[in-house]
Design a protein around this ligand. Sequence first.
Ligand SMILES: [Fe+2]
Length: 245
Amino acid sequence: MTDAPIATGWVDCHAHLLAGVDDGPQTADESLTMLADAAAGGTRTLFITSHLDERYPWSAQRDDDLSRAFDRLLELGATVPRCPALRMGYELAPRPGTVEFRADPARWRLPGTDVVLVDGPDDIPMEHDTGILDYVDRVLAAGLRPVVAHPERRAFLFPGDRAFADALKTKGALLQVDSGALLGFDGPAVEAEAHRLLDEGLVDLVASDAHEPGEGDLRPVHRHLRQRIGDRCESLFTGTHLEER
Ligand SMILES: [Fe+2]
């Protein structure tokens, strides 16, 4: 695992590419296609952020499984032209009382950064939503910065709730919006909330949150944002906000 500064170029800080370890790809062929998608799309650094959540809790066995799967992904990447630099990370669902919640948040830091990717709101399973604000505090107290994934999904269940994203920003969390949400793949309520967050300047990062072939190419969402907000979109892709403070 490298701790070197991240390379210049587009950074995708949230993607599921390890075969058979979570709800991402299930076969090596799918992983390979997703690497090719990211490479073709111009991603230069790709964080592989496997789930630690209700469905896939941390254990020593899971840790071994993820490490082995990441080694296999590195082997696949060696065959992909212009493959992004791959870094192994986690998307941590903040569930109070669990081993991963109580662990030093530095354990879950994205390599080469001072950020921890915190699984954000969702429609299902939702069990960890109540822990998000507490875990944000925990990450900040450890001297790290929380990146909260897909805050726009709050609109699945609480359309019009502006307080949640505001509370996250006030605490000092970075907000990461999914490319699919901006492109409308998660439905109109989530799409509208993603754009509301963007228009109000609350978004720090755009990531693919890719789970399957076709989702790891950032060019479509970049085109969409160029048309919508022009140059202001560039820093959402370049990893500027991930550079260690
Ligand atoms: Fe994810």
